[in-house]
Each structure stands twice: as structure tokens, then as C-alpha cells.
Design a protein around this ligand. Structure first.
Ligand code: NAP
Length: 305
């Protein structure tokens, strides 16, 4: 099969090459999925799991990409819950070969059915950003209607879904980003926008929840905005400062079939829009994932036409 591999962490995405690889075999409780569309997070090249397995052994050349939408072509020993021919989407294991390939082996429990009226490209854009937004807001942030949420990077893949889900849940949403993203963030449903390069974050007053995708100084300054009992949720590692009378949580997204179902249902009924910026073929994936200028929205690789 055709697949993108990486072998050298030092060169990052520039080291991606399109090669021939053997098709994966399904292990216990796995399915093999014929990948129709694949999602990639640019920071994957910095994740240890891209380079080593759970025992810290070198696993290069490794296939990046951990989001997929496609069709099940084989079941592993003992696999239940999914069947051959079924349309699926979901998040794949960080330490196994990923989804920038024609086929991927995935534990069935990590996937959810993809309804027939949802395009594979849309399906592949949802797992990481959708589940991260859901888990950060509702599990770790315990968001309730009427609370206020500060969403950093609200024009990005994760932030745009956080903004929409928080609005739907009845929160007052303030989105942040670069000046050029103001309208995009308001269009995703934020009531206010803070331009992180030109506005003073501190003028915002108190919020109940900060959802941070940026880290560093932005996270540190945000901790001071959190009201008593509030939460700073980070997806970019432990924040350097915690809220004085609240809590700080950092987490890595996990797969969850029921939550994937909730997310895709919102896309079907129009409550949630995806943030896809560019779609490229697997043959053009290396160039598409090494853009020479700033691109808006998520890049999806359409592996099959
Ligand atoms: N822990 C987890 O489970 C988890 C899950 C998903 C993602 N993540 C992490 O979350 C981060 C965001 O992911 P994403 O896919 O949402 O990325 P993304 O689509 O690039 O979104 C990030 C947004 O934040 C903006 N931004 C970044 N730094 C900024 C700054 N200093 N000032 C103003 N705006 C800034 C970006 O603008 P520009 O494009 O102009 O920089 C972009 O609009 C990544 O580091 C990713 O690895 C973690």
C-alpha cells in the first residue's frame, strides 16, 4: 500500500516521504480500515509516540496521522461491534502506524460508525478536535449553562469546535486569536473576540473556564482571569500557573465511541461546522502538510477519491 512515513524527528514534516509499505494485519480486537480520508496534527512530529512505542523502542519508519474516516475491510480475532463494509471514523493509537496510508489497523473500540450522509473528509476532520473539545469542556472543565468560557486559538481546529460546543451548551464565549481571525471566531459563535497580539487579555475580567491550546505566557496570564471555583483546561501540557482559587487540568484526548456519536450527530443536524481549510490527495500530502504560507483551517488528506 501507499503510505507516508517519517524517520527523522529533527527534520519534522519536511522529512515525510511517500513509500510502499505492507498492508497492516489486524491484531486481537482490531479492524483494518481502508482509509478514505486522514487527519494530521502538525505537532505530531514533536510527540514522543511518533518515534517510539510504549516501551520506548524506536518505531521508525512510522506512519503519522491519527484521525481517519473509511470502510472496514477486515476484523481481527475476537473483534465485535463493527462489521466488514461498515463506514467508520475515529482516533487511532498514538504509538501505532497511523492513517496517512491506504489502510490502517485500529482497535475497534476506538472507532464509531460514520453515518452515510457524512462525507469521509468531514469524518476525518472530527475525531481529535471534536473529542478534545468535548472532553475539555464537559469532562475536565465541567461546563454548565450560564458560565463564561475563554477559548484560546478559537479559529483553529480545536478552538473552533470548543467555541461552538460551549455556545450550544449555553455558555458566554470569548474567543481569542490573531487579528485576522476576528470574523472567523465570531462566525463560529463567540460573543467577543480578543486579539492576543493587540488587546489586553487582562481587561476581560473574570471567567469560569479557560480552554487553552497555546500555552506559555498566554496560559500563565489566563490563570489570573479565572473566578473562584473555575478551571484552566490545557491541551498543551501543564500550565506554568494555576488559578488561585480554582484548578488547572491538562490532558491528552482519548477515544470515545459515544462522544464521537454525539459530535457527528451535531454535524448532521447543522449545530456544528467543521473547520477544513485544504483537502489534498495522498500523492500531494507531503507538499500539503508542508505549507509555505499560513493556511486557515485543518488540512485533510483524501486518500481515496
Ligand atoms: N492534548 C491533546 O489531547 C490535544 C489534542 C488536540 C490538539 N492538541 C494541541 O493543541 C494545539 C492546537 O491544536 P489545533 O489543531 O487546534 O491547532 P491550530 O488549528 O493551529 O489552532 C491553533 C490556533 O491558535 C492560534 N495561535 C497560536 N498561537 C497563537 C498566539 N501566540 N497568538 C494568537 N493566536 C495563536 C493559531 O493561529 P496561527 O495558525 O496563526 O498560529 C490557530 O488559529 C496544538 O499544540 C496541538 O498539539 C492537544
Amino acid at each position: 500500500m501507499k503510505a507516508i512515513v517519517v524517520t527523522d524527528q529533527a527534520v519534522g514534516t519536511a522529512g515525510m516521504t511517500l513509500v510502499e509499505r505492507p498492508e497492516p494485519e489486524p491484531a486481537i480486537n482490531d479492524v483494518v480500515v481502508q482509509v478514505h480520508a486522514s487527519g494530521f496534527v502538525p505537532t505530531e512530529m514533536a510527540w514522543p509516540s511518533t518515534w517510539t512505542d510504549r516501551l520506548n523502542r524506536d518505531r521508525t519508519p512510522s506512519i503519522p496521522g491519527h484521525e481517519l474516516a473509511g470502510v472496514v475491510t477486515a476484523l481481527g480475532y475476537g473483534t465485535t461491534g463493527l462489521s466488514v463494509g461498515q463506514r467508520v471514523f475515529g482516533l487511532t493509537d498514538w504509538t501505532r502506524d497511523g492513517t496517512l496510508a491506504e489502510y490502517a489497523a485500529v482497535e475497534a473500540r476506538n472507532l464509531a460508525p460514520l453515518p452515510g450522509d457524512v462525507d469521509f473528509t468531514v469524518g476525518a476532520s472530527l475525531p481529535i478536535s471534536g473529542l478534545t473539545a468535548w472532553q475539555g469542556l464537559f469532562e475536565h472543565g465541567r461546563l454548565r449553562a450560564g458560565q463564561s468560557v475563554l477559548v484560546h486559538g478559537a479559529a483553529g481546529a480545536v478552538g473552533s469546535i470548543v467555541t461552538q460546543l460551549a455556545r450550544e451548551a449555553g455558555a458566554y464565549v470569548v474567543g481569542t486569536g490573531r487579528a485576522a481571525d476576528r470574523q472567523t471566531v465570531l462566525d463560529f459563535g463567540a460573543m467577543e473576540f480578543v486579539d492576543l497580539e493587540n488587546d489586553a487579555l487582562e481587561e476581560l475580567g473574570g471567567v469560569d473556564l479557560v480552554f487553552d491550546v497555546i500555552g506559555g505566557d498566554i496560559a500563565k496570564r489566563s490563570a489570573g482571569l479565572i473566578r473562584a471555583g473555575g478551571t484552566l483546561v490545557s491541551v498543551v501540557g501543564p500550565p506554568e500557573a494555576s488559578p488561585e482559587n480554582g484548578q488547572a487540568v491538562d490532558f491528552v484526548v482519548e477515544s470515545d465511541r459515544a462522544q464521537l456519536g454525539e459530535i457527528v450527530q451535531r454535524v448532521r443536524d447543522g449545530r456544528l461546522s467543521t473547520n477544513i481549510g485544504h483537502v489534498a490527495t495522498l500523492d500531494n500530502a507531503v507538499a500539503a502538510l508542508n505549507p509555505t504560507e499560513r493556511i486557515k483551517g485543518k488540512t485533510i488528506i483524501r486518500v481515496r477519491p
